[in-house]
Design a protein around this ligand. Structure first.
Ligand code: ADP
Length: 262
């Protein structure tokens, strides 16, 4: 069953439209990278597709249900942008966080052997079994990200959604974190990832959606590299501001942090 389905979705903060006329589906097993300039509506679109915001127009569905009414929270794991910052002060251990992935099944019951196996399996899978008894607050940023992915795996979620999970990481931890996501995707987990570093995401994601309020591209990663959607999306703000400039210099406005040209 289609995991996410957006049909002509629009959303404004007050009078300011930040997402406009976006339609796209995410199929089981996809790894979708959501890219675009700063402030282009990526985080908002992620929240819309998870049902955390309601569209002003159009429809968002999760597993065939209206996204904002979707009741089966365990099927979805969301690692928000600031989650690991918030976790810096967490006095609880890694294992306790990962166990939370099982709680909806255990509101009234005890932890079963299956629960314990799921927690241990998740810790192993993201390679943090040796950190299980450490406090989350004492870990590095990269290790903390892995804890939250492990929680999602323990919950056996069908969709893992992440919003710029590696902003605080050095290049090496970032690469190994994204290799982990690619590996989880190879094993069948559906992933949607907001990431501003285009080089990193096109190397791992199977599909790309490039946004700047509107959708400039949605398709296979290989085709994105060949298309001029990137320059168009990054140049769009500038063209609006300065009509006298020919858009041939749109590339000059590409976010210098991105590795679009590499
Ligand atoms: P991105 O993730 O691509 O950086 P966002 O979805 O975070 O973009 O933001 C899109 C636009 O909406 C930006 O101009 C941002 O300033 C604005 N925005 C985001 N959140 C809010 C909010 N809670 N209230 C008002 N404006 C917001």
């Amino acid at each position: 069953m289609t995991v996410v389905s957006l049909n002509d979705v629009a959303f404004s903060y007050g009078d300011v439209p930040v997402v406009d006329g976006v339609s796209l589906d995410i199929e089981p097993g996809e790894f979708l990278g959501l890219v675009g300039p700063n402030g282009s509506g990526k985080s908002t679109l992620l929240r819309l597709l998870l049902g955390l915001e309601r569209p002003d127009r159009g429809e968002a569905h999760l597993f065939g249900e209206p996204a904002h009414e979707f009741g089966d929270g365990e099927r979805i794991a969301y690692v928000a942008q600031d989650v690991t910052d918030a976790a810096r002060d967490m006095p609880i251990t890694v294992r306790e966080v990962v166990r939370m992935g099982r709680y909806p099944r255990n509101l009234f019951g005890r932890f079963s052997d299956a629960d314990r196996a799921a927690v241990d399996g998740a810790l192993d899978r993201v390679d943090i079994a040796d950190l299980a008894d450490r406090r989350v607050g004492a870990l590095s940023g990269g290790q903390r990200q892995r804890v939250f992915v492990a929680r999602a795996l323990a919950a056996e979620s069908d969709l893992l959604a992440l919003d710029e999970p590696t902003v605080a990481l050095d290049a090496e931890s970032r690469d190994s974190f994204y290799d982990l996501l690619a590996d989880l995707n190879d094993r069948g987990l559906t992933i949607v990832l907001v990431e501003h570093d285009i080089g990193v995401v096109t190397a791992r994601a199977s599909r790309i959606a490039c946004l700047n309020r509107e959708l400039y591209f949605h398709g296979d990663s290989e085709d994105f590299a060949e298309s001029d959607a990137l320059a168009a999306a990054y140049g769009a703000n500038q063209r609006v501001l300065d009509h006298s400039h020919d858009h041939h210099d749109a590339e000059a406005h590409v976010n210098p942090d991105s590795e679009a040209e590499s």
